[in-house]
Design a protein around this ligand. Structure first.
Ligand code: SAH
Length: 254
C-alpha cells in the first residue's frame, strides 16, 4: 500500500504542477507583462486637448494665418521638449520651456507670430538660425516649407534632427554651425527666421536673402525688439516690431 502511495505521489505532483502551478505561473507572467506595460501608458498622456487650448489661445491673441494655426494644431510640441524636462514645464503652456544647455523652446505665441509675419507660401526656402528643440523648424515643415536650420550647440542639433526625423519631416536639413555665416550653398532664401538675439541684424544673412526675401530677427542685448527686413530690388526696408526676450546669438570659435 505504502509502496503504491509512493508510486502515485510523483504522478499527483506532476498533475498538480501541470494543472495548477502551470496556469498560475502563466497568469502571474501575464500580469507582470501588463504591470510592466502600465507605467509606459501612464507616462504618455494625451496632449491633444492641451494642444487645442494652445491654438484657441493663439487665436484669442490675434493669430489669423490659417496655415500657421493648422501647423500649430498638428505639431506634437511635447516631443521637442527633451523627456527629462517635460515634467518641469507644461509643454503647451504659453511660455518658453527649458531644453537643456541653458536654452529654451520659444513660447508658442512668439513662434506663431514670427511665422505669420513672414507671410510664407508653401515650397519656399527658409533658413532658421537657432534650431534649439526643432519645434519652429517642425512648424515650418508642417506648412510645406523647405527648411534649413543651423544650431551652434551640437547636442541640441542632434536631438532636434532625430526628433524631426522620427516625426516624419523629411524637408528639414539641420546642421551644427555658427548661424552668423548663414548657409551659402543653399542660399538664396525666401525668408530667414532668427530665434536668438544678435546685437544687429547680421549682414551675411541679409545677403543670403532673395529679392523680395524677408527676415525676422530679435535685435538687442538687455532690451530687444523684433526687427523685420524686406529686400526689394537690392534695397532693404526695416520695420521695428514687438519688444521680446530671446537668448543671445553667440559667436562661434572660428
Ligand atoms: N527655434 C528654437 C528656439 C531656439 S532658442 C525652437 O523652436 O526650439 C535659440 C537657439 O539659438 C539656442 O538653441 C542656441 O544654442 C542657438 N544659437 C545661439 N547662437 C547661435 C549661433 N550663432 N548660431 C546658431 N545657433 C545659435
Amino acid at each position: 500500500m505504502s509502496f503504491a502511495i509512493f508510486r502515485i505521489l510523483p504522478l499527483w505532483t506532476d498533475l498538480f504542477l501541470r494543472r495548477a502551478i502551470g496556469p498560475l505561473a502563466l497568469t502571474v507572467a501575464l500580469l507582470c507583462i501588463s504591470c510592466a506595460d502600465e507605467p509606459v501608458k501612464k507616462r504618455e498622456p494625451d496632449w491633444s486637448e492641451a494642444r487645442k487650448q494652445m491654438v484657441e489661445g493663439l487665436r484669442a491673441y490675434g493669430i489669423k494665418d490659417a496655415g500657421v494655426l493648422q501647423a500649430m494644431a498638428s505639431v506634437r510640441r511635447h516631443v521637442y521638449v527633451p523627456a527629462a524636462m517635460r515634467g518641469r514645464c507644461a509643454p503647451y503652456g504659453d511660455h518658453p520651456c527649458p531644453i537643456g544647455h541653458g536654452q529654451t523652446i520659444s513660447q508658442p505665441y512668439i513662434v506663431a507670430y514670427m511665422t505669420e509675419r513672414m507671410g510664407l507660401k508653401p515650397g519656399e526656402r527658409i533658413l532658421e538660425i537657432g534650431t534649439g528643440s526643432g519645434y519652429q523648424a517642425a512648424i515650418l515643415a508642417e506648412m510645406g516649407m523647405q527648411v534649413f536650420s543651423i544650431e551652434i550647440v551640437p547636442e541640441l542639433a542632434r536631438h532636434a534632427a532625430a526628433v524631426l526625423k522620427d516625426e516624419g519631416y523629411k524637408d528639414v536639413k539641420v546642421r551644427t554651425g555658427d548661424g552668423y555665416k548663414g548657409w551659402p550653398v543653399h542660399s538664396p532664401f525666401d525668408a530667414v527666421i532668427v530665434t536668438c538675439a544678435p546685437a544687429d541684424a547680421p549682414q551675411t544673412l541679409v545677403d543670403q536673402l532673395k529679392d523680395n526675401g524677408r527676415m525676422i530677427v530679435p535685435v538687442g542685448e538687455s532690451s530687444q525688439r523684433l526687427v523685420i527686413l524686406r529686400k526689394k530690388e537690392g534695397r532693404v526696408v526695416t520695420e521695428r516690431d514687438l519688444p521680446v526676450r530671446f537668448v543671445p546669438m553667440v559667436h562661434g570659435d572660428d
